[in-house]
Structure formats: structure tokens, C-alpha cells
Design a protein around this ligand. Structure first.
Ligand code: F6R
Length: 260
């Protein structure tokens, strides 16, 4: 696992955008794994800018969202499919029919989850997966205790996650209890995992994920199993890391040819 510590959220966004741009420019049929929430917002802003000003094209790309709420009415602005459209996909040349999200309206939830797994596989798997981390260590919406081998399925949000996400809703009671989320096994199948975290509120979860034991108690620690995982942090999110000095030394001395 590579840990990169940068001065602030904008620098985190630019570096993550570099990794996405590399995939867009080198893969014939790039497949992007997209997260929602606050963590990737600077990345999406930077990708929009590169699309506008530098001709970065998403025309051949396919995108898969990590997760979706269950039970939000059609047209609700916090449906993750609506959020990603607003932040990225409708603002670049990524065709709407190639943006996929778990079906939070499905009558047959297991069938919808299996279909989502099949769609990711049919697209050839995810090239680069953007990830945030919950303050409780969740990855996607795999809450603590989730199987490290799990696939896309329904999960119940913890009270802490619902409280964290209440800022996006009119009030805490509006946050759905249930979500469909890619499993940890699904996420680990992506070829490159890019976890972004900013702010002190993430410091404990980041320390547990990066330097704690591999454990379902901290689902994001599953990144330790992946052969190509990059954790990009601002100074505040890196505050709890015992080996921060070493990570800085490694990144500072990295040969340019290696990329992220
Ligand atoms: C969102 C997702 C979640 C968030 C996490 C952090 O698609 O899967 O794991 O990444 O809850 O959320 P923010 O970035 O809002 O702090």
C-alpha cells in the first residue's frame, strides 16, 4: 500500500485526477469506479476542469458507482445516481447509458445485486476505483463487521454513518437506513484502489485502516490485501499515522516512471 500525504484537499483532488486521467488516456475502454460523498468532490471538480480546458475525454468510458440508498423517491437529489450526475457524469462527455449504479428501487434485491456484479464483470472490471472512508472505517457502505469477501448486497447503515450523512439531508431522520453497496470482495477486484481522505475527522479511521490489523472491524483495512492500493491524504487525515515520516520519504524518493 502506498500512502501519499499532501498539503490539502485540492492537492489530493489533483493527484487523484492524475490517476483517473492516466486510465482515460491509456485504456481503450476505461472503466471508472466512482464514490460519492465529500471526499472525491475536489477530484471531480478537477476532472471537470480538465475536460473543459484540456480536452480530457470520457467518451469511451464506463462508470460504476459504489453504492446507492434504498427507498429514496425518484428525483430525490441525494440518490447517488443523481449526485454523481450533478458532480461529474452529466458535466463531461460520458454517455448516460454507461453510468451504472446499484438499483435501490429493485423489487428483487438479490437479483439486482447479482446483475450489478455481472455488469461490472461484463465491462471487464474496474480500472481505477475511487473510495472514501467512513469515520467508522466503512468502505463503500460495508459497515464494521462486513465480510471481507462480500459481494454487492443490501446493508444497514450504522447510526454513526446516518449521523455523518445527515448533513446532506433535511434532518437525521431523512437518511435512509438501507443501502445497496458493492461488497469488499467486489471492491478488491478493481485493478487500482485509490482511497481519498481529508480532515481530522478521518484520522482515526485512516490510522486503523492503514496501520491497524486487517479486520472486518475496520472494513477499509481490506486495502492491505490489495496489490495496488494508494491512500491519498491531507495532513489532517494523516495525523494518526505512526509511520507518516516513512511514507513521506518513500513518496519523495519515488522514481517518476512509477506513477501512482
Ligand atoms: C460513498 C461511499 C462512502 C463514503 C464515506 C465517506 O459512495 O461509499 O463510503 O465514501 O462515507 O464519505 P465522505 O466522503 O462524505 O466523508
Amino acid at each position: 500500500m502506498e500512502v501519499v500525504i499532501l498539503p490539502g484537499a485540492d492537492a489530493v483532488g489533483r493527484l487523484a485526477a492524475d490517476a483517473v486521467e492516466a486510465v482515460l488516456r491509456t485504456r481503450e475502454r476505461p472503466v471508472l469506479g466512482l464514490a460519492t460523498g465529500s471526499s472525491p468532490l475536489a477530484t471531480y471538480a478537477e476532472l471537470r476542469r480538465r475536460h473543459r480546458e484540456a480536452g480530457l475525454s470520457f467518451a469511451h468510458a464506463t462508470a460504476f458507482l459504489l453504492d446507492e440508498y434504498v427507498g429514496l423517491p425518484a428525483g430525490h437529489p441525494q440518490r447517488y445516481r443523481a449526485v454523481i450526475d450533478a458532480e461529474l457524469t452529466s458535466r463531461v462527455d460520458l454517455h448516460d447509458s454507461r453510468v451504472h449504479s446499484p438499483d435501490g428501487d429493485a423489487a428483487d434485491v438479490p437479483a439486482a445485486c447479482a446483475a450489478y456484479e455481472a455488469a461490472i464483470a461484463a465491462a471487464g472490471g474496474v480500472d481505477v476505483q475511487l473510495l472514501g472512508i467512513g469515520s467508522d472505517g466503512h468502505l463503500g457502505f460495508n459497515e464494521p463487521g462486513s465480510s471481507l469477501a462480500s459481494r454487492t448486497r443490501i446493508k444497514t447503515l450504522t447510526a454513526r454513518t446516518r449521523a455523518d450523512n445527515a448533513r446532506f439531508f433535511a434532518g437525521p431522520d431523512e437518511v435512509p437506513h438501507h443501502v445497496l453497496t458493492q461488497g469488499i470482495g467486489t471492491i478488491l477486484d478493481a485493478r487500482h484502489l485509490l482511497l481519498l481522505a481529508t480532515g481530522e475527522g478521518k484520522a482515526d479511521a485512516v490510522a486503523a485502516a492503514v496501520e491497524g490489523p486487517l479486520a472486518a472491524a475496520c472494513p477499509a483495512s481490506a486495502l492491505q490485501l490489495h496489490p495496488h492500493a494508494t491512500v491519498v491524504l491531507d495532513e489532517a487525515a494523516a495525523k494518526g499515522l505512526a509511520r507518516a515520516g516513512y511514507y513521506r520519504e518513500v513518496y519523495g524518493g519515488k522514481p517518476a516512471w512509477q506513477g501512482l
